[in-house]
Structure formats: structure tokens, C-alpha cells
Design a protein around this ligand. Structure first.
Ligand SMILES: [Zn+2]
Length: 59
């Protein structure tokens, strides 16, 4: 199982590029067991949404 640190790294990495299948599996698996990272992931998801909303408003 990956560490919280690694999980956080993947959470921010997925903002930059698509995660590989294996990275996604490790990340999801960690989130299934770790409340702290689940909470952090929600914030990342919000940021992702906000970023893509901002991007789509750009010309
Ligand atoms: Zn964690």
C-alpha cells in the first residue's frame, strides 16, 4: 500500500496528466482505507473542477 505522501503526490499529479492504470489503482486503494486522503482528494477534485471551469472560460 502506498503512503499518504505518495497518495498526495498522485492526487496532484493527476491535475497535470492522466494517471496510469496502476497509479490509479494504487491511489483508489489508498483512498478506500485512508479518511485523511479522501478528504484531501475532495479538495483536489474541487480544484480540478475550478481549474477546468477557468480554462474553458479562457479564449
Ligand atoms: Zn492517506
Amino acid at each position: 500500500m502506498i503512503s499518504c505522501r505518495e497518495s498526495t503526490r498522485l492526487a496532484s499529479l493527476q491535475l497535470e496528466r492522466k494517471l496510469s492504470l496502476w497509479e490509479r489503482v494504487q491511489f483508489r486503494f489508498h483512498l478506500a482505507f485512508c479518511v485523511g486522503c479522501r478528504r484531501a482528494e475532495k479538495q483536489f477534485a474541487f480544484m480540478r473542477q475550478a481549474t477546468s471551469a477557468w480554462m474553458s472560460h479562457k479564449d
